[in-house]
Write a protein that binds this ligand. Structure first.
Ligand SMILES: [Zn+2]
Length: 459
């Protein structure tokens, strides 16, 4: 048998012989969803598992439930990142109609129960095949909590990734593709204004309205939209609009999201946002305070790693769905309005003809040269070390993240097969990077073109 085919068979045998354990872990985390900053149980499951497999586990003080597990002591560092947080209010049974398991409870509508397990498969399988091939490397699994909130930014800032030669991850999706598209940089901030209360009927002249400041600021943002780089997005909600209409509001606040094509663009835009805040203060004689909540850099895909991932995806056999899995996927797909199904495909340039089928049973190569409006904390990692990622078709075509359908699908057997496929592909990509050192050298060369890292939270 040819060497490459033998290696793939080793990987498949390894992952398939442990399939029941991996699937049980993905299912367990799906059944016990924990939201950002509360992933005590999920994190512990991974740490116990990895320690049992001979990885050295180190918890990080920068974020609760974050950790790194490493195997091997010499050679390049290959890192896989796993997430495990759920989304509030998204509780959903593995069913084809909206059916919360517990009304109002969290649910894995972003499939992070799969994401963590796929990356776990990658780390364990890579260690296994490196041993067979007599190759040395340090293989890491990073436990990355709170992706839906603050994300791994504190870990990046603390230098926890700085010695990594190649960082990789994946995301559950409705298509199989290397993640060649970029994501947007973002910043989430709360702007609070403080004015002076007065009786709105008796002494309006004595009041200074914090709500006026919020409204004038928002109006300035509406005008600013025209004069910022294309791809910039502003979205806001008023979180405090005052207490009572007959009191001039003393306190008012809004929560603003700014998204921009790159972290550098975001920095420039924020200079103008700061001027708008100052303008609102001046017009209303109020005082503003700004609280930065979270912020992510854009994702800069590393071509050498993306190419290794694509090669590995093509060399790894895709799973085969059972008749029941196809029927479940078709029924779930039908719950999405036909006009909404394209929303997952168009932004990354995937052909909408794919939607004729319930599942993507092929490997695409979508997204080159594109950028989506969403943001990922993998972006910050991509600024400090060469980083690549892929999507695997865990969900029916047309099913997007953060929906009850994606939560339902993430608890099913097909999703777990697809997660193992992602894990095997990433393990093989890691192997290719180590086996042919020119690939890692190219990754390092390409990374030199990435601008210096500065968190968008430090603006
Ligand atoms: Zn996600």
């Amino acid at each position: 048998m040819e060497e490459a085919a033998k290696l793939v068979k080793e990987l498949v045998d390894f992952a398939e012989s442990r399939a029941a354990e991996y699937d049980a872990l993905a299912r367990d985390i799906w059944e016990h969803p924990e939201v950002s900053h509360e992933e005590e149980r999920s994190s512990a499951l991974y740490r116990q598992r990895l320690a049992g497999q001979g990885f050295r586990v180190q918890e990080f003080p920068e974020m609760p439930y974050s950790f790194c597990a490493e195997a091997g002591s010499h050679g390049p560092v290959i890192a896989y990142m796993g997430e495990y947080d759920a989304l509030p209010g998204m509780s959903q049974a593995c069913a084809v109609r909206r059916e919360p398991v517990v009304q109002g409870a969290p649910g894995h509508a972003c499939g992070h129960n799969l994401l963590g397990v796929g990356s776990l498969v990658a780390a364990e399988a890579l260690v296994h095949v490196l041993g067979l091939a007599g190759l040395e490397a340090r293989v890491r699994f990073y436990g990355c909590p709170a992706e839906e909130s603050l994300g791994r930014i504190p870990l990046v800032k603390a230098g926890r990734f700085s010695d990594v030669d190649a960082a990789m991850t994946w995301h559950p999706a409705d298509v199989n593709t290397p993640h060649r598209y970029r994501t947007s940089a973002n910043l989430s901030l709360v702007i609070s204004f403080e004015g002076r209360a007065s009786h709105a009927g008796m002494a309006p002249h004595a009041g200074r309205s914090a709500l006026d400041a919020v409204q004038l600021f928002n109006l300035s943002i509406e005008f600013l939209r025209e004069h910022v780089p294309q791809g910039t997005l502003f979205h806001y909600v008023i979180t405090n609009g005052g207490a009572k209409a007959n009191i001039v509001p003393e306190h008012a606040a809004l929560h603003l999201y700014v998204r921009a094509p790159t972290a550098q663009d975001l920095r420039q835009i924020m200079l103008r946002v700061r001027k708008s805040i100052r303008g609102a203060e001046l017009m209303t004689e109020t005082k503003a305070s700004v609280s930065i909540k979270a912020g992510k850099c854009d994702f800069v895909p590393n071509g050498a790693i993306q190419d290794a991932i694509f090669e590995a995806m093509r060399a790894t056999p895709l799973p085969t769905p059972t008749k029941k899995e196809i029927e479940f996927a078709r029924a779930l797909q039908k719950t999405i309005a036909p006009s909404d199904r394209q929303a997952t495909l168009l932004p990354i340039g995937a052909p909408v003809e794919l939607l004729r089928k319930p599942l993507h049973l092929d490997i695409g190569d979508f997204g080159e040269g594109r950028r989506i409006g969403g943001s990922l904390d993998t972006g910050d990692v991509s600024y400090v070390v060469p980083t690549g990622q892929m999507n695997a078709a865990t969900w029916p075509l047309g099913v997007g993240a953060h929906t009850w359908q994606s939560c339902a699908a993430s608890g099913g057997t097909w999703a777990m097969k697809a997660a193992r496929y992602a894990g095997m592909s990433l393990a093989l990509a890691g192997f290719l990077l180590l086996k042919e050192p020119e690939r890692l050298a190219r990754a390092a060369r390409e990374h030199k073109a990435v601008p210096p890292y500065r968190s968008t939270m430090d603006m």
